[in-house]
Design a protein around this ligand. Structure first.
Ligand SMILES: C[S@@+](CC[C@H](N)C(=O)[O-])C[C@H]1O[C@@H](n2cnc3c(N)ncnc32)[C@H](O)[C@@H]1O
Length: 239
């Protein structure tokens, strides 16, 4: 499939939703939970805030954020595919005390008002958007002045200046995607879905390119930080 094709991306996430959380844990050895917590450290969520989880999928970040803004705040998780949203709602229903709701929306045009959110997160979403620059513009529009945002995704090590052993990390990343991720996904009947990951990463902006796009989108403070020896990246933003 062609990375960034909205209908194909939606079909892909509809198809993998029932196995998504299990595969995430297996393929990252559980580390995605740690990387998501790193994203939350940057956001500094506090009680009473109104926060967004864009491309929320099955709701990992939204659930964590809702614990931090309760009881008076609110978290809204948005995603373009129904199957992950259904799983997110099922998980939220197990914790009915959380101020949390999930809705269907395109991250490029959410329909929410300017400055709606005190803060926003997007994990493994930006790489899937047809236009990442437009995604960052929408993210900026949604934040109140001074609001924080964080974007967590795979990183392209070869495009990270100052990263030690970038070419070895890139080689390991290719090995990981081709020899571990795709074969493991094959065991679940989803090989081509996970082969898409490497294709989408090839055309994903590097850390410095993401910083430039975020500045163009109007963010006042911008920093891309490699995580996990450069396999992942966190784009930390202030509106
Ligand atoms: C790799 S999953 C990440 C889910 C979750 N954030 C996580 O980290 O576990 C990417 C999600 O982005 C959603 N997505 C892709 N393009 C989107 C768009 N244009 N608008 C809203 N959601 C989108 C997909 O449906 C999918 O659930």
């Amino acid at each position: 499939m062609k990375p960034g094709d909205p209908a194909a991306v939606r079909d892909l996430f509809e198809a993998i939703a029932p196995r998504y959380d299990l595969l995430n844990d297996l393929l990252s050895f559980g580390l995605h939970r740690f990387w998501k917590r790193q994203a939350i450290v940057w956001l500094r969520p506090s009680p009473g805030q109104r926060l967004l989880d864009l491309c929320c999928g099955t709701g990992d970040l939204a659930l964590l954020l809702a614990e931090r803004v309760r009881p008076s705040g609110a978290v809204l998780g948005l995603d373009g595919a129904e199957a992950p949203l259904a799983e997110a709602r099922r998980r939220a229903a197990e914790r009915p005390w959380l101020p949390l709701s999930f809705h269907s929306a395109d991250a490029l045009a959410t329909g929410l008002g300017d400055g709606w959110a005190d803060g926003a997160a997007m994990a493994y979403g930006l790489r899937n958007l047809a236009d990442p620059a437009a995604g960052l513009r929408e993210l900026r529009r949604l934040l109140r002045p001074g609001g924080r945002a964080v974007v967590l995704d795979f990183n392209r090590p070869e495009g990270s200046p100052g990263l030690a052993a970038a070419s070895q990390v890139a080689a390991f990343q290719r090995f990981y995607l081709r020899q571990l991720v795709v074969p493991a996904a094959r065991a679940f009947g989803l090989p081509e879905h996970y082969a898409y990951l490497e294709a989408s990463l090839r055309q994903f902006p590097t850390g410095p390119e993401q910083e430039a796009l975020a500045r163009q989108a109007g963010f006042r403070r911008v920093r891309h930080r490699p995580l996990a020896a450069g396999l992942m990246g966190l784009l930390e933003l202030v509106a």
